[in-house]
Design a protein around this ligand. Structure first.
Ligand code: MRU
Length: 370
């Protein structure tokens, strides 16, 4: 079973496979921050449900759970027909994060030429590799982004203020997170840091998950409503913005949680650097620009209601709009590459998308070959 070279030091892990187990355990992120609930995922149907209903979420984590879900399906039936059916079912759960499709295709390729009897073992091993590699990729992203933060601290002399959006943390990955990895490494080496956490309506990934992770690691942070980012950036309260990504096109257009584009516009208008942290599996080499990225639309109820804990410690969902109100719920938006200062990847910071192919020649070549 492959293990990461740089395991995350956090007292929590979004996903784990107990040694030799033919199931995985995941934190049910719907219950955070008020309760830490672990769910057992032991079949492909439950894996698909966990992704669609967002028990687990975040592009790299969705990819890892998809890979394990495929291994579980092959455990039941390793025929070509079953393989195809399982891939379609898992791929149909959420359309935007390209890591899911990437992971399913990687597992499919690893078992395609094998006899049915060997496929399940090979798929479990490939899923383990995907999970372990994700941790090390994020640690490398952290190391690259740490240089950015050190640089700002040198220039600024004193605590640096980083704004983020949604949750691109360890909870969205198999460890370290992407946008959070530089923050966690900076804090670990004693760099004075404060994080502006955007609540991220409607599912509140910032308020529920990012604030929770920062509290778990003792990193100072302040929560703000999404629509306050313009004011904070104009007042100079944030030195840099670092967010994650669900899909990045060859030209550097970035798709991430709804509200990211607004922050990129406000950052540009106020000369604040806007970085996107992403692992290479999040790059969709088949897309020339972000225009073709499928944007997930979710149930309007997520907008019409909000969930929290009441005074009795009970989680409760309340309605915030008049009965009969129509709501639209786009889960992601696309930030054009012209607003992105740089892409923070496991192979360093890319300040012009035209360099992506040079930094990831094997991927660029494979994309051109298809
Ligand atoms: O709808 P979600 O919670 O899956 O959206 C997550 C994001 O937009 C993250 O920023 C992105 O997946 C990067 S996670 C490292």
């Amino acid at each position: 079973m492959s293990e990461p070279a740089h395991p995350d030091v956090a007292p929590y892990r979004a996903l784990r496979r107990p040694r030799h187990a033919r199931f995985v355990e995941a934190i049910d992120q719907r219950a955070l921050p008020h309760a830490q609930v672990t769910v057992k995922i032991a079949d492909a149907h439950t894996a698909a449900l966990a992704i669609r209903r967002m028990w687990v979420r975040g592009a790299p984590l969705i990819g890892a759970v998809g890979a394990y879900g495929l291994a579980m399906a092959l455990q039941q039936d390793a025929s070509d027909a079953a393989l195809g059916t399982a891939i379609r079912a898992l791929d149909a759960t959420r359309p935007t994060a390209v890591n899911l499709r990437w992971a399913l295709e990687r597992v499919r390729r690893s078992v395609a030429m094998l006899p049915a009897s060997e496929r399940a073992d090979a798929a479990w091993s490939e899923a383990d590799d995907i999970a372990a590699e994700d941790v090390d990729i994020n640690h490398a992203i952290g190391t690259a982004g740490l240089e950015l933060l050190r640089d700002i601290a040198r220039k600024r002399g004193g605590p640096i203020n980083v704004m983020t959006h949604c949750n691109a943390g360890a909870l969205a990955t198999c460890g370290w997170g992407t946008a959070t990895a530089p923050l966690f490494l900076a804090h670990a080496e004693g760099l004075p840091l404060h994080v502006w956490v955007s609540e991220t309506r409607p599912r509140l990934q910032g308020a529920n998950l990012t604030a929770w992770e920062l509290a778990q690691r003792g990193i100072p942070h302040t929560l703000f409503v999404d629509s306050a980012s313009g004011l904070l950036l104009r007042r100079g309260d944030a030195d840099v913005v670092i967010v994650g990504a669900d899909r990045v096109a060859r030209n550097g257009d970035v798709c991430n949680k709804i509200g990211t584009y607004d922050k990129a516009l406000a950052a540009r208008d106020n000369d604040v650097a806007f970085y996107v942290a992403l692992p290479s599996p999040t790059i969709d080499w088949s897309l020339a620009s972000g225009d073709a990225i499928p944007i997930e639309t979710r149930d309007g109820d997520e907008v019409l209601t909000t969930t929290g804990r009441d005074d009795y410690g009970q989680a409760s969902t309340v309605t915030i709009a008049p009965a009969g109100t129509r709501a639209v719920n786009y889960a992601f938006d696309v930030t054009p590459s012209r607003l992105v200062t740089g892409l923070v990847t496991e192979r360093g910071i890319v300040r012009s998308a035209s360099l992506l192919g040079a930094i990831f020649p094997e991927h660029a070549a494979a994309a051109l070959a298809t």
